[in-house]
Design a binder for this molecule. Structure first.
Ligand SMILES: Nc1ncnc2c1ncn2[C@@H]1O[C@H](COP(=O)(O)OP(=O)(O)OP(=O)(O)O)[C@@H](O)[C@H]1O
Ligand SMILES: [Mg+2]
Length: 202
């Protein structure tokens, strides 16, 4: 059975689709046959990303095209979801996922929303499979490290890797490629964060 990792957050625009696409690329490079499922019916941005791309190095499927038999061929199923999920949808997601990834920015508002979401997941008995991923972290200063420590003190599991804010990700989205493929002085730094994160998760 493929492992299922779902990416969700209580706020929109935190970087779910960006992480989904890049983690899928990194997992595939680590030898996991990976499919990314776009469950964000409204925006569908990982699908749009894939349409811009000549070839992403992994499979992308719309939620409507998913058949259990089609998933059997994969080692890893990554699910990109819409922001602000209804609690009922979240409960279902928590039941079917082996890993729940919750990206969060480091601003106080985003961190509060992340705490609330993790509280809900804990009540649902899903704390053990939930991971906070701090993303769009300012590359300069210690904001990321500080938030990571605060959340850990509260008992949350926070990935060690901080995904820093780099324009390379925006360029990658525009071009329908992954960050290591764009011409940008920070492209390698952006990709190094993704590889480190994938190494922690898989
Ligand atoms: N690490 C990062 N550094 C810089 N920009 C980023 C980073 N991650 C995401 N972004 C940018 O932030 C914006 C929102 O990202 P993205 O679409 O991945 O968020 P989302 O959570 O999927 O949004 P939605 O809730 O609308 O689906 C995009 O312009 C993206 O390029
Ligand atoms: Mg998205």
């Amino acid at each position: 059975m493929a492992r299922v990792a779902a990416i969700t957050s209580d706020k929109g625009g935190v970087g779910k689709s960006t992480l989904a696409v890049h983690l899928a690329g990194a997992a595939q490079r680590r030898g996991l046959n990976t499919v990314l499922i776009d469950e964000d019916g409204r925006v569908g941005s990982s699908l749009r990303w894939a349409r811009r791309a000549e070839a992403l190095p992994f499979t992308v499927m719309a939620a409507d095209d998913v058949k259990p038999r089609r998933l059997a061929a994969f080692d890893l199923v990554l699910v990109d979801t819409e922001g602000r999920p209804r609690r009922r949808d979240l409960r279902q997601l928590a039941e079917r996922a082996d890993l729940i990834l919750v990206p969060s920015g480091v601003s106080a508002l985003e961190v509060d929303a992340t705490r609330e979401l993790l509280e809900f997941l804990t009540e649902e008995g899903a704390a053990r499979k939930s991971r906070v991923i701090l993303t769009r972290v300012p590359p300069v200063g210690r904001a990321g490290e500080e938030v990571r420590e605060d959340l850990r003190e509260d008992g949350l599991t926070v990935c060690n890797t901080l995904v820093r804010a780099y324009a390379a990700y925006q360029r990658a989205a525009e071009q329908g490629v992954l960050a290591h493929e764009v011409r940008d002085p920070r492209a390698a730094a952006a990709w190094a964060d993704i590889e480190a994160l994938a190494g922690e998760l898989w």
